[in-house]
Design a protein around this ligand. Sequence first.
Ligand code: SF4
Ligand code: SF4
Length: 181
Amino acid sequence: MKLKVLESPAEPWFAEGLQFTCSQCGNCCSGPPGFVWITREEIQRVAEFLEISPAEVVEKYCRKIGGRFSLKERRHPRHGGYDCIFVKEIPAESSKSGKLPAGKVEHTRRICSIYSVRPLQCRTWPFWTGNLSSRAAWESASKRCPGMNRGELFDRVRIEKLRDAEDWPEKPPTSERKVRE
Ligand code: SF4
Ligand code: SF4
């Protein structure tokens, strides 16, 4: 008699975990035209955060595409890319004070002005299905995201939870502490 052997699914290429720590460069909130999908529930959360009505959030910050909402973008006056409507630039210390300690290089930071209520899509970056489909896809995405392949190690379970999240993950890859002003 032949015993039926249960097949175990193949190990994903990221089984040993992946590193990520956001450097706040803002690249993922800018660049070529794109979409940042936002659900009605998330619109409600943004409305509460901004202390305006959900209808105002839709009118001021969203565009409707095929029955769904995506955040508006605006053209950046200097680099010409498309910024998410919620990107906020924080000038470098050097431009504020006119001087910087010897050897220190500081760049303008670009942060999210609704960080604590940013949509799921932003909360789960870079652990998206597409980026995780292969090592090549991950490495390709890392060319625009200097936070990938450095810093905190995410194990397989956490990566898959973020990839498959349908609502806000308990522990998003970037914490309030790291990015929020
Ligand atoms: S997630 Fe990556 S691309 Fe986005 S701000 Fe952080 S380091 Fe930059
Ligand atoms: S909502 Fe915030 S984190 Fe998401 S793309 Fe816009 S600025 Fe970036």
